[in-house]
Design a protein around this ligand. Structure first.
Ligand code: NAD
Ligand code: UD1
Length: 333
């Protein structure tokens, strides 16, 4: 079975490519390298022994996207490609709408023309906006608080309409919670450009001495220690959620799953675990809340467990150890 992985040189895409290749799938990667590097293909080869076929293309462009389907018999697509920085999406909303939505529409049109109607889309827990309660189930009301999140919600809607109009479409919308950590080899991981926005990449840079200290955004939330609580999921578990989804793509229609652990950790719990597991110091200071942040967000992952037979296996220690392992590996190079 041949799977096209868009955004496959990126963080989650590369981990998913590895898990697919290790299970005998043929993987083809398409990426414009706007937020990743071609060297990831060599790392994937180092881990799996297979270097995936690669198309350096922008998925907003129709012709190069068509070329992939003309040159290969694609059975299913996992669509990771997209821009994902919340802050940047406020500065450049048009870029986010054009890149994320146009690429998703072009991809679906080209797929349909070539009779490939199995599609898995990377959505996000951000589509739940400010949830009224936790844990969050798939049937919770949807809303967004930033342009990035709106692109995810709009693409979910576009793909749902496609499946309504044409009963052959088999579309899975996967709503990720907070992926962190890296592959156990230390060869692939999260590699944000510049100063990270997200918690774990920031912690890693503080521990490595590249940034002075972590700002903990608020300790007056209605949570056990006052700091924000999130559902952190190991990126390898998340990748395996995609493998489970591919294996269960038998029924046409739209299928929606939360991919999370069901357990929330606070910012200070993450900092403490990281320090303990890795024997490093992460100096921090408490600062004001970050605008737009919610107090608590964690998944009800029961649907993925019962329908996909998937649940997370790796815990917080694995997440902290592997995130640091990847960083140390990079520092050595
Ligand atoms: P990433 O930036 O590491 O990977 C995305 C890849 O898509 C990059 O390699 C980038 O170069 C590529 N890309 C972007 N626009 C493209 C285009 N027009 N044509 C071709 N390639 C393009 O991000 P990630 O963390 O691996 O996220 C993957 C997907 O999961 C994204 O859609 C993201 O929005 C979604 N997601 C991520 C998180 C997270 O916390 N990382 C959470 C929820 C959802
Ligand atoms: C953020 C995005 C969300 C996106 C997700 C994954 C915002 C408002 N939300 O979610 O839309 O889907 O990333 O990309 O940007 N924290 C600190 N100090 C830091 C960084 C974070 O205290 O330097 C805290 C935050 O307040 C939060 C927790 O750590 O409580 C996690 O933050 P982060 O990793 O940015 O993820 P989310 O806010 O959940």
């Amino acid at each position: 079975m041949t799977i096209l992985v868009t955004g496959g040189t990126g963080y989650i895409g590369s981990h998913t490519a590895v898990e697919l290749i290790e299970r005998g799938y043929e993987v083809i990667i398409a990426d414009n390298l706007s937020n990743s590097s071609e060297s990831v293909l060599d790392r994937i080869e180092e881990i799996t022994g297979v270097k995936p076929k690669f198309y350096l293309i922008d998925l907003t462009e129709r012709e190069p996207t068509e070329k992939i389907f003309e040159e290969n018999k694609i059975d299913a697509v996992i669509h990771f490609a997209g821009l994902k920085a919340v802050g940047e999406s406020w500065q450049k909303p048009a870029l986010y709408y054009r890149n994320n939505i146009t690429s998703s529409v072009v991809l679906a049109e080209v797929m349909a023309e070539h009779g490939c109607k199995k599609l898995i889309f990377s959505s996000s827990a951000t589509v739940y906006g400010e949830p009224k309660s936790v844990p969050i189930s798939e049937d919770f009301p949807l809303s967004t608080t930033n342009p990035y999140g709106t692109t995810k919600l709009m693409i979910e809607k576009i793909y749902t309409d496609l499946a309504t109009s044409d009963k052959e479409w088999n579309i899975t919308l996967l709503r990720y919670f907070n992926p962190i950590g890296a592959h156990k080899s230390g060869l692939i991981g999260e590699n944000p450009n510049g100063i990270p926005n997200n918690l774990m990449p920031y912690i890693v840079k503080v521990a490595a001495g590249e940034l002075y200290q972590l700002s903990v955004f608020g300790n007056d939330y209605p949570t056990p220690d006052g700091t924000g609580v999130r559902d952190y999921i190991h990126v390898t578990d998340l990748a395996l959620g995609h493998v489970a989804s591919i294996e269960k793509m038998t029924e046409p229609g739209v299928h929606i799953f939360n991919l999370g652990t069901g357990k929330g950790y606070s910012v200070l719990e993450i900092v403490n675990a990281f320090e303990k597991v890795n024997g490093v110091k992460v100096p921090y200071v408490i600062t004001a809340r970050r605008p737009g942040d919610i107090p608590m967000c964690y998944a009800n992952p029961d649907k993925a467990k019962s329908e996909l037979g998937w649940e997370t296996k790796l815990g917080l220690e694995d997440m902290c150890r592997s995130a640091w392992g990847y960083a140390v590996n990079k520092l050595k190079k």
